[in-house]
Design a protein around this ligand. Structure first.
Ligand code: NAP
Ligand code: ZN
Length: 350
């Protein structure tokens, strides 16, 4: 076994302390990644604070983190995709059954038997706990690792492994592009990636935000319009205008209101996961022949495609790099929507 170190929380009060644990020895298809950076996703907070129970139980001790980039420092005997010294990334899952229709189609996140999540989960043996990227090293099968071709500082690349793919996949599927009016609801980690990617795809992008102070940033990120959702006049003018709304909001909100902003046959795709079910008026969908959809991260082939798209368009996340001693502060600030726009932990000197 490989002895390593991370930062774990031992209960849902989410205080992080140094945690020593083991990674498996490398199998023939495994690579060892020395982690440089790991982003803090709001899903880390939901799980560390046990906010998604009972649907997704929280397993403690928990080492969160699924926006991982680093350098390959060892490769198994049969590895072909990576060499020592390459940069590599890990997103939200590290294995899956490899034989169901979803796995064969490269949408392993929807593995019918349930994929092995990067943390707060188990390996496919359903016994060995998985620990995430708030740690020094990760051992992963090369099939579930991504190639990172960017040079230089990778802190802004880490968030692409979740926030990037979670926004790229539904934007692509629902046709964001020239001539399409796309709204991104919530300007946080996911939202700011959604703005950059939708703008690069050629769509007209509007941010729907509760934070008037984010307008300047939104425009710098590539948004053409900015709407404060509490501003009744502005909102009235936007009723029925969008082709696609990407809803990245992490807390309770009124879906019926956001659906009212869609035009005829418009699509609202949910990626944000509030902790409570929310009432939905059927008429919000029936009038206007609208679609309410959901989307979960993306499979390995599409994640690689997204990384290459971002490299081509010079897209990285806007990050605030922190030391692991500041994880709780970053959690509290993220919950208050006070993040510009992703906290990333520097694991190199941790
Ligand atoms: P985040 O950085 O905290 O951003 C969420 C944003 O939502 C905030 O910045 C804020 O934007 C807005 N917001 C917060 N509270 C709100 C409220 N009460 N009403 C309206 N808007 C509110 O979080 P994130 O990391 O982007 O994650 C967002 C959500 O997506 C989380 O629930 C996370 O678990 C989920 N997620 C899902 C997937 C997936 O595959 N589907 C993947 C990753 C994450 P403004 O200040 O602009 O209003
Ligand atoms: Zn995430």
């Amino acid at each position: 076994m490989i002895e390593t170190k991370g930062y774990a929380t031992h209960d849902d009060k989410a205080k992080f302390v140094p945690f020593e644990f083991s990674r498996r020895d490398l199998g023939p298809h495994d690579i060892l990644i020395d982690i440089q950076y790991c982003g803090i996703c709001h899903s880390d907070i939901h799980q560390a604070r046990a906010e998604w129970e009972p649907m997704i139980p929280s397993i403690f001790p928990m080492v969160p983190g699924h926006e991982i980039v680093g350098r390959v420092s060892q490769v198994g005997a049969e590895v072909t995709k990576f060499s020592d010294g390459d940069f590599a990334g890990i997103g939200c899952f590290v294995d899956s059954c490899r034989e169901c229709p979803a796995c064969i189609a490269g949408i392993e996140q929807y593995c019918i038997k349930g994929s092995a999540q990067t943390y707060n989960s188990t390996e496919m043996d359903r016994k060995t706990p998985t620990y995430g990227g708030y740690s020094k090293q990760y051992v992963v099968d090369e099939k579930y690792a991504l190639k990172i071709n960017s040079k230089g500082d990778l802190s802004g690349v880490a968030p692409l492994l979740c926030a990037g793919i979670t926004t790229y996949s539904p934007l692509k599927r629902w046709g964001a592009g020239p001539g399409k009016k796309v709204a991104v609801a919530g300007l946080g980690g996911l939202g700011h990636m959604g703005v950059k990617i939708a703008a690069a795809m050629g769509a007209e992008v509007t941010v729907l935000s509760t934070s008037p102070s984010k307008e300047k940033d939104a425009r710098a990120l590539g948004a053409h319009k900015f709407l404060v959702t509490k501003d009744e006049e502005a909102v009235k003018g936007a009723t029925g205008t969008f082709d696609l709304i990407l809803d990245t909001i992490s807390a309770q909100h009124d879906y019926n209101f956001y659906l009212s902003l869609l035009g005829l046959e418009g699509v609202m795709v949910l990626v944000g996961v509030p902790t409570e079910p929310i009432p939905l008026n059927a008429l919000s969908l029936i009038g206007g022949n609208k679609v309410l959809a959901g989307s979960l991260i993306g499979g390995i082939p599409e994640t690689q495609e997204m990384l290459d798209f971002c490299a081509k368009h010079n897209i990285v996340a806007d990050v605030e790099v922190i030391d692991p001693s500041r994880i709780e502060e970053a959690y509290d600030r993220t919950v208050k929507s006070d993040v510009r726009y992703r906290f990333v932990i520097d694991m190199q000197n941790a």
